[in-house]
Write a protein that binds this ligand. Sequence first.
Ligand SMILES: [Zn+2]
Length: 408
Amino acid sequence: MTRRYEEQWYVPDKWRLSLHNYAPELRERYDFQDKIGILDCTLREGLETPGIVMTLNEKIKVAQALEDIGIKEIECGSPARLPAQYELVKAIKKETGLETFAAQSTRDPNWKQGIDICVEAGADHIDILGTARANTPDALDKTISRCVEMIEYAKGRGVHVEIGSTGATNTPLENLSKYYNAAIDAGVWRFTYYDSGGCITPEASANLITKLRKAIKDRVPIKVHHHNDIGFATACTIADLAAGASYCDLTVNGLGDRAGNAALEEVACILKMAYGVDIGIQLDKLWDLSRFVEKLCGIKSQPNKAYIGRNAFIHESAQHAIQILRGAAKPLAGETYNPAIVGAKREVTIGPTSLTEEILTYRLGMLELTYTNQQVATIGDKVRAVIMERKTNLTLAEFDNILREICE
Ligand SMILES: [Zn+2]
């Protein structure tokens, strides 16, 4: 399938990306599918972040917030292994319109009962979760025959059945090809490629997706799952989608065990702004969603994180601050995109790099205060002293109070 890519590197008052993003030779290479779906993994993988404890009620609130921004499908874990994940599937089916995704391991000797438990809980999709990373051909054949048996059984229970291979990025292509093809022959509708160790580069991952599509003759859509151990989770997800994968696993704020997973906000915004691909997420609700999840899970995102970091739209440099105070943020006051895209607001903060004479006198003028050169110097000294003592910046209101104190 081919998609049209609009020239949209610069959209006034929305974003100004690199014009090189839209080079024709790049656009020719992309193979984004017309329909790209997300499986949100915040309530499974995200909850494996050390230190997160959430009640069922809180999880349901997160699920409802996800549904509200446009998520359609949500991962709930392994109901047969963990009672809390069984309860989660049930509650999500009851309280939301989301489709539920549950996994059943091929290693579980009681897998039949496990599949029954998934069905009983209300799972819409069952992922037969094994691995093609076998040491011998014999071991691979054994895994495949177990998978086929499980797929046939689960299909008989009337659910959508799919297959996953953990550690796929550490598995030879021949093994993956044999494993996925056998599962497709047995009737799965989709398969997942798990980069469990977060160890692949974007170029290698896209290359593997291209080869896998060829190996399975594009018979079913591919879903991708990336971890951020080497810092490439989002980049790999985007590269895979550009290579023709149709679904991706994402978490809010990039939550997940170890270094986390591909972040929903990053993938959704990059696809829209840099590739012109809309995946049906209401971007302007991302900021609030991020804050909401932070509050419920008790873990704050890094402040300089793209899109949802607390500092992402706060300006300290005098030059940018003046532009913003002037209301002349054209184009975008040193920002690549307007904070309103994700539902955030830009702010000015006064720190060590803001204290130029230009901003001091500019702000005094805005507040209609008269001043002498001596007072300007006193303000500079006072603000510096407060910042050094507190080891934090001043808000604009705090800054204004000092200006008034000295000049009124
Ligand atoms: Zn994972």
